[in-house]
Design a protein around this ligand. Structure first.
Ligand code: FES
Length: 341
């Protein structure tokens, strides 16, 4: 059995098979709607179902996933039980053939912090990948599952990819496979995925907020902005538990040399001796509230754990009046099939 799904205010329709989610059905037919975790945790995929029925128990989501209205649902969960009329937060047509499989070889595997690997992968000679700054790839792990990681390199560095991978306790791939990868090891990867990428049709100043390895896609975007001489003012908050969690100081120092107007605000949340850390302390969303008088004119890009992304959204959209259309987010969920970690 299949159902027709139409996007409100358009002639755009797509077909979902029984058991298929709204998000997957749309993607298969070249329509991309916002998403991140695909696990019902981040709320990025929420949209309204204006007419029609969902399979009971699908589509739901609590307040923590940002669900506020009775007809709002998570499209990464929602499965149609009838034809639907939907109102996604946004949508765009993409080329379903733009996503490709690559065989990548490990070039370097560096320990950037005690629990963070920076993995450099190279494609075979002459092979290039196309992606937008901020997007992610999926690794086909040896156990058959897929793991998602954001590209940390900018799109012009297209002969390979750089991944920042936190070793999650109990995360099979990130903690038991990644640390042991050595030069010459081969991984199968597919890319690009995701709608977390720099909107270049805007000229608003940029506010970037990263938690931990949420730095990776932010790095891709800032590298891209500098490479392309995009003259938008940039502010970057990077939060971690301790100073070691801000694991790429040389990258930030290079940016500050290349773009002295960049405002960089590192933030530490663990109690750390004042001799070790004299900078900002606390949770990163509170640091943004403390340091920024107004955010309404910014485009805000935020990447980190779902709880951090939700806290930033509540602070900036809920308290400071940032239009939700100017906040772009990427949440990672521990060791999920669509997690950045
Ligand atoms: S809740 Fe659906 S993509 Fe995260």
């Amino acid at each position: 059995m299949s159902f027709e799904i139409r996007i409100e205010g358009t002639d755009v329709t797509f077909v979902a098979e029984a058991g298929q989610t709204v998000l997957d059905a749309a993607a298969k037919q070249g329509i991309e709607m916002p998403y991140s975790c695909r696990k019902g945790a981040c709320g990025n995929c929420k949209g309204r179902v204006l007419h029609g029925e969902l399979v009971p128990g699908t589509g739901g989501g609590g307040h923590e996933a940002g669900i506020e209205l009775p007809d709002e649902h998570l499209f990464c969960r929602a499965q149609p039980a009838s034809d639907l009329l939907i109102a996604p937060h946004s949508w765009r047509r993409v080329d379903p053939n733009a996503r490709k499989m690559f065989t990548a070889t490990v070039l370097r595997n560096q320990l950037a912090a005690s629990d963070v690997s920076v993995l450099h992968l190279r494609f075979p000679a002459g092979v290039r990948a196309r992606f937008a700054a901020g997007q992610y790839l999926e690794v086909l792990a040896p156990d058959g599952r897929r793991r998602a990681f954001s590209m940390a390199n900018a799109p012009h560095e297209s002969d390979g990819v750089q991944l920042h991978i936190r070793h999650m306790p109990g995360g099979g791939f990130t903690s038991s496979v990644v640390p042991g990868l050595v030069k010459g090891d081969v991984l199968q990867i597919e890319l690009p995925f995701g709608d977390f990428y720099l909107r270049e049709d805007s000229d608003r100043p940029l506010l970037f907020i990263a938690g931990g390895t949420g730095f990776a896609p932010i790095k891709s975007i800032i590298d891209h902005v500098i490479k392309r001489n995009i003259e938008r003012p940039m502010t970057f908050f990077w939060g971690a538990r301790d100073p070691a969690g801000l694991y790429a100081p040389e990258v930030v120092q290079k940016w500050l040399r290349q773009r002295p107007s960049l405002r960089y605000e590192p933030v530490i949340s663990d109690p750390v001796d004042a001799v070790v850390w004299s900078g900002r302390r606390g949770l990163v969303h509170q640091a943004v509230l403390d340091a920024m008088d107004s955010v309404q004119d910014f485009d805000v890009y935020v990447c980190g754990a779902p709880v951090m992304v939700q806290a930033v959204r509540a602070a900036l959209v809920g308290q400071r009046g940032l239009p939700s259309t100017q906040l772009f987010s990427d949440s990672f969920v521990v060791d999920s099939p669509a997690a950045t970690a």
